[in-house]
Every structure is written in structure tokens, then in C-alpha cells.
Design a protein around this ligand. Structure first.
Ligand SMILES: Nc1ncnc2c1ncn2[C@@H]1O[C@H](COP(=O)(O)OP(=O)(O)OP(=O)(O)O)[C@@H](O)[C@H]1O
Length: 267
């Protein structure tokens, strides 16, 4: 983990966030503070509010009056500001890039500068944008995919291209919502090793998942969500054990450390 900068505002501050849809309470007074350099996994069972929390961060949803959300100390931001502060990758974003019209890999990455799906006449692509796109594709090990159509890529390949697209802004943080969904075990490991390099290079990772096998060695902070609230939050060493996971998932879970990684089995 990077040394904490005590003077910098937190990467993310959420205070007393309530989100309600109809009769359902999706987030129930959720409060959370994450700092830059604090690689974090947000863990929770199905329906615990993970996607709702992601939408709160990305401003697809707002909390009820009395709730507060800020990124890097700013409570108001537009899409362009957000992208340069925090890259966002999720399997639902990926669906947007599978569809027609066809989209070539390099164009897909460059289009990240314009928050667009593809490049159009009005987009003035500079040499710097091209260079940064190539650099981002190298960072995620996806340069060899240049020239391919997005719809022809495997899930894991497309995921790496979309992370590169998020990285063109050189964001301080990456929010990864179930980033390993649809990846086979080998692709998952290759993908996670790529994320490790990003974490080691100074990009703060926020990983939202229900699989403890995806918690990278670099991630030291755990947030456990249940019923739209933070059930537990703290160091991985204190929380990633059978007792806490059993409580979180409300069934017997056996946690096994594998070196710096973790596995889990359900009785
Ligand atoms: N638009 C909506 N209207 C009513 N209820 C909703 C709506 N969106 C989500 N919910 C409910 O809110 C709860 C939290 O949903 P959310 O999608 O945030 O959970 P999650 O932790 O991401 O789940 P999963 O792991 O299954 O993706 C669930 O009980 C869900 O059914």
C-alpha cells in the first residue's frame, strides 16, 4: 500500500446514505470512508446492496436528503471529472461494447477520452491521446488485440480492453464491479495478476465482489455489506476468516488462506 497522505481528502466519503425504491430499502444509512492508496474489497452476498453502492458512487443514483457522497473531497462532479479521478469497469458496461455497430479495440480505448462508444467525426484525436491509449493497452497486456473487433473478443480480453479504456485518463482509482464475472479460472488469474500490477503502480483499487478468491494480496482493507449496511469494516487480517464470512453469508463458510490469497468452501 502507498503511504497515506494525511492532508489529502478521502478518495470516497459516504455518510448516512439511504436509497429506497418503492417499499424496498436498498441502502440503509450507509457510511463509508476510503482513502487513496487503501486498496479495498467490498464483499457482500447477493442483494446486499453492492450494485446500489456502485451506482451511488457513479452518480446513477442519489441518496435521500441527509445523505452525502464525495469523491476526493468533491460532492459535485460531472462525468468527465469523475472519469479522470476514478475509472469504472463492470460487466454491465462491457455489454455496451459488444453490440453493433462494430468497434475496433484501439478506437474503443481512444473513445474513452470522449466518454463515447466509438469515434465520430467531431472527435479530434490528438497524438497524445493515441500515445496514452497505447500505453494503457500495454499496461493491461492487451496491445496484441489492436485491430480486432470488440464483439470478437473473449470476455477476459474485452475486460482488459475496457480497463485500458478507463486508464487513459490516468485515474487515481479504479472501481471494479464484479470484474471476474464470466472469466474461467486461468483467465481470472491472469486478469488478477494484471490488477496487482496496477495496484503496485499506484492506482487505488476498489473491488466489489462476492468471491473472496478475487481478493488480491495488495488489498488490505475489507468492507462487508449486508442488508444495505456496513456489517464490518477493517483490516483483511482481522476480517477474512471463517467466523466473519459465516456471519456475512449467513451459512457455514470455511476460509482457507493459500499463501497471500484466500479460498472459501461452503459446508
Ligand atoms: N429498482 C429496484 N427496485 C426495487 N428493489 C431493488 C431495485 N434495485 C435493487 N433492488 C433490491 O435492492 C437490494 C440490493 O440490490 P443490489 O443490486 O444493490 O444488490 P447486490 O449486492 O449488488 O446483489 P448481487 O450480488 O445479486 O448483484 C436487493 O434486494 C434488490 O432486490
Amino acid at each position: 500500500m502507498l503511504p497515506a497522505d494525511d492532508t489529502a481528502p478521502p478518495l470516497l466519503t459516504i455518510r448516512n446514505a439511504h436509497v429506497v425504491r418503492g417499499q424496498r430499502v436498498l441502502l440503509d444509512g450507509l457510511s463509508l470512508t476510503l482513502n487513496t492508496g487503501q486498496h479495498t474489497a467490498i464483499l457482500g452476498p447477493n442483494g446486499s446492496g453492492k450494485s446500489t453502492l456502485v451506482k451511488l458512487i457513479t452518480r446513477q443514483l442519489y441518496p435521500l436528503a441527509g445523505g452525502y457522497v464525495s469523491l476526493f473531497g468533491h460532492a459535485r462532479w460531472n462525468v468527465t471529472d469523475l472519469r479522470s479521478l476514478m475509472g469504472i469497469v463492470s460487466s454491465s458496461i462491457q455489454l455496451d461494447f459488444d453490440a453493433h455497430p462494430p468497434l475496433e479495440v484501439f478506437d474503443c480505448v481512444v473513445s474513452g477520452f470522449f466518454a463515447a462508444r466509438g469515434l465520430w467525426k467531431q472527435h479530434a484525436v490528438s497524438d497524445d491521446m493515441r500515445a496514452r491509449s497505447r500505453e494503457a493497452l500495454e499496461q493491461t497486456g492487451a496491445s496484441h488485440l489492436i485491430g480486432r473487433d470488440m464483439s470478437s473478443l473473449s470476455t477476459g480480453e474485452a475486460r482488459r480492453v475496457l480497463i485500458a479504456r478507463a486508464l487513459v485518463h490516468r485515474p487515481k482509482a479504479l472501481l471494479l464491479d464484479e470484474p471476474c464475472a464470466g472469466l474461467d479460472p486461468a483467465a481470472r488469474r491472469v486478469f488478477l495478476e494484471g490488477l496487482r500490477r496496477l495496484a503496485q503502480g499506484g492506482t487505488t483499487l476498489i473491488l466489489v465482489t462476492h468471491h473472496i478468491e478475487e481478493i488480491l494480496p495488495e488489498i488490505g482493507h475489507i468492507v462487508m455489506l449486508r442488508d444495505g449496511r456496513v456489517l464490518h469494516e477493517g483490516d483483511k487480517s482481522a476480517l477474512l476468516d471463517s467466523a466473519h464470512l459465516t456471519e456475512l453469508f449467513d451459512m457455514p463458510v470455511e476460509v482457507q488462506p493459500h499463501g497471500a490469497w484466500f479460498g472459501a468452501s461452503v459446508d
